[in-house]
Design a protein around this ligand. Structure first.
Ligand code: NDP
Length: 298
């Protein structure tokens, strides 16, 4: 039996980050300033701290300015809104990202709604969701855009392919389905109420799993030769004698490898794309804010 091709998101993301670095240097040479991303972290959530640190480092590595704002967990909504307003008006800041989840008591929707949509590089603002829905230019959430890039790189034209997206969250499933529809795939969105999920998935030439359940999608759900994009990041309980459990996706990787045509691994598949696309969106925002056309080929 042939094994699936492994779609190397890490390598793709590294190449993308390199192109972004070149374009960021060009931007700085033309404008006299680096593209800038402000990242706001409220509270001490350990995973969020890791993500925010990684985003800051990635910015600096790509020749962009990173402005980190770490606020205590008891920050009031008024104080957070006032920081967002300050960043909206700061000409050095092209992109604003408020790391989610926010501590309870802070209204995430209200905070995201306060971000200038043209600086909303996460693509979570309702204006950007609307722009995506009606096919206008706007910011698209980083993870699904990264998945689309990997799919197009591997498959080329997606026209007429059957795609099944498992998960309908606002940050992954829904925008993913929209992007695949815009790329002329025939799209089904599955979720926790979907009946006969294995049969639905068996129809798919493209499977995108964004569920948050370790190894839920089994090998015998996959149509032979299908392309599988595994968005899930799940940590298993630690094995005996180990401090940390293994990271696995939403797809049973070994089983799926024996059937699929191609598959993203976890880690090293979709994960690295998310930060690379965040940098890409920030670079695009910088060009728009400077009244310059966005660079091609990103
Ligand atoms: P959410 O929890 O917001 O959404 C999960 C979706 O999965 C929901 O639509 C839910 O359905 C659906 N679902 C849950 N259980 C089942 C089931 N048994 N059968 C079918 N569908 C089911 O998660 P996110 O979209 O935020 O994230 C999904 C996964 O992707 C997580 O593992 C997360 O860690 C990972 N992730 C990875 C990123 C990366 O950079 N690689 C970035 C973002 C997320 P319903 O709507 O009916 O409840």
């Amino acid at each position: 039996m042939t094994e699936a091709t492994v779609i190397d998101g890490k390598a793709f993301a590294a190449a993308l980050r390199e192109r972004i670095g070149v374009a960021a240097a060009g931007f700085a040479a033309q404008t006299g300033r680096r593209p800038g991303l402000a990242v706001v972290l409220v509270g001490e959530d350990p995973a969020s701290q890791v993500y925010v640190g990684a985003k800051g480092k990635a910015c600096e590595a790509a020749g962009m300015a990173s402005f980190e704002h770490r606020l205590p967990a008891d920050t009031s909504e008024a104080a957070l809104l006032s920081l967002v307003e300050r960043l909206n008006n700061d000409p050095e800041v092209d992109g604003i990202l408020v790391q989610l989840p926010l501590p309870s008591g802070l209204n995430e929707q209200a905070i995201i709604a306060a971000i200038n949509p043209d600086k909303d590089v996460d693509g979570f603002h309702v204006i950007n969701a609307g722009r995506l829905a009606v096919g206008q230019r706007g910011f698209v959430p980083c993870t699904p855009l990264g998945c689309l890039m990997l799919l197009k790189d591997h498959l080329g034209d997606l026209s007429g392919l059957e795609a099944v997206v498992i998960g309908r969250s606002n940050i992954v499933g829904k925008p993913m389905a929209q992007l695949l529809t815009d790329a002329n795939a025939t799209v089904t969105i599955a979720h926790s109420r979907t009946k006969n999920l294995p049969d639905v998935v068996r129809r798919a030439d493209i499977v995108v799993a964004a569920v948050g359940r370790p190894e839920m999608v089994r090998g015998d759900w996959i149509k032979p030769g299908a392309t599988v994009i595994d968005v899930g990041i799940n940590r298993l309980p630690p094995e005996e004698g180990k401090e940390k459990g293994r990271l696995v996706g939403d797809v049973a990787y070994g089983e799926a490898c024996a059937v699929a045509g191609a598959i993203t691994p976890v880690p090293g598949g979709v994960g690295p794309m998310t930060i690379a696309v965040l940098l890409r969106n920030t670079l695009v925002a910088a060009h728009h804010n400077a009244g310059m056309p966005a660079p091609e080929g990103l």
